[in-house]
Design a protein around this ligand. Sequence first.
Ligand code: SGN
Ligand code: CA
Length: 540
Amino acid sequence: MKKVILAVAGILFLLPLNTKAQKSKTKRPNIIFIMSDDHAYQAISAYDDKLIHTPNIDRLAKEGMLFTNASVTNSICAPSRATILTGKHTHINGKVDNYFPFDTTQVTFPQIFKKNGYKTAMFGKLHFGNNPKGVDEFMILPGQGNYINPDFIVTNGDTIRKEGYVTDIITDVSLDWLKKEAADDEPFMMMYLHKAPHRPWWPRADKFKEFTKKRFPEPATLFDDYKNRGTAAKTAEMNLLTHMMYSHDSKIRPETLAKMEGKVFPVVEEYPNGFYGPYNRATAEQKALYDPVLDSINDFFYENWPKMNDTEKMKWKYQRYMQDYLGSISSVDDNVGRLLDYLDESGLAANTIVIYTSDQGFYLGEHGWFDKRFIYDESFKTPLLVRWPNVVKPGSVENEMVQNLDFAQTMLEAVGIKPPNDMQGESLIPLLKGNKKDWTRDAVYYQYYEYPSVHMVKRHYGIVSKEFKLVHFYYDVDEWELYDRLNDPNEMNNVYNDPAYADTVKKLKKDLIALRIKYKDSPEQDQKYIDKYKSAGMIK
Ligand code: SGN
Ligand code: CA
């Protein structure tokens, strides 16, 4: 009898625990979507450790999957975000460039999560010209936002200023939200979106001090002369030597330049408030931390620049660029570490899918460039790391052609929500689960529109497979390029006119037409977006 009573008591005692365990087992997974702005895969050590160590971001590769052929559909900020949010190419969602505001009648994936009982939030950079829909809470930077003491637009529409460094602040607010909202049984989807490492690359003062002491290896193509490429590469305005600005980018004070009148070549057109715009946001205390480092950069420049030849100047600009760009990334990595640590401490990690990506890739001196926009690898590809405990095999590497177009469908399917039929991507679930046989795509489609505009990268579209890249530049040129990705990974030789590739060209042109049809793109669509610039008076 005693035994029976004990057993019943035991069952009663265990019952609530069991239900709780059951609940957490069946609870739909949480999602944290981390995206930085302009974070090149070359600057994540899980991809390449030549430039920087990013131990925290690397954790996602060690504990999850690293995609080596992830790309964007249109390598520029707001269009990439629009593609991610809608699961549609930019000619379909309408956000083909950074200029015109996002059409908020479009369905975005956070709205679908919310409708399906998820708590939703967005913190950091959106860059849409309007506020996000479908999130319970948000705090976004107006436009590009600022690094030092940034302003934010919050859920009720007010703009507030927060003191501190942007990457730290976005993390603080995201952690506060998690602490407040992720405690109970409802699942959540949080978008944690950094401004860093976007131009003008102002690291936090301590990182600025640390990184200006470092020297970085140069890319093999730093001194590219664009031979064997088309007009677009030759006319783009993103060369470190001839287009990167002294004040705005390299942090040379306007006073230093004024003192050197007639001795600063090449002459580069500056933004009017390029240096003082960001710098003057700092408090006196913060400026005091930046000043000694700025002084030493400026003293060196004043003494040495007039004596340097072009090769030395290029090398100096590259080092200055990398110091600030990588210094900004170092804070991103630290803060991703804070977030991952919190997931561990709180026990959330086990049931949370963590995605790390960027809105596009970036040139870190390859082809002598900074910025992005081109279909060439460094800007076309984007980092993608996915950790999903008990589903994704730790340390796995995937080289299939995946795109930001696929993210919305993947996240929805991962939590058991059926994606809308008009989304144009493909769910990455088969790849994440290691079922490669269910993956059929062998090439992706790309199109870039923002021209004429800053950096002057011509309009182009193309098809990219693991082996080849076929591109058509149009509007004020009519030029084709073909790259052999396996034999010419640096994309230095356009082999479009090489007879050895005639069959490849023929096949890829056919495939490209098929992809344009599949994604509902056409010459009429291309013209529509040219006409849009015409009616806005941006071109004649
Ligand atoms: C700014 C930058 C450009 C950059 C665009 C688009 N200049 O205009 O270099 O290409 O944004 O970037 S800045 O020095 O004022 O930042 S995007 O990531 O928003 O598409
Ligand atoms: Ca960007």
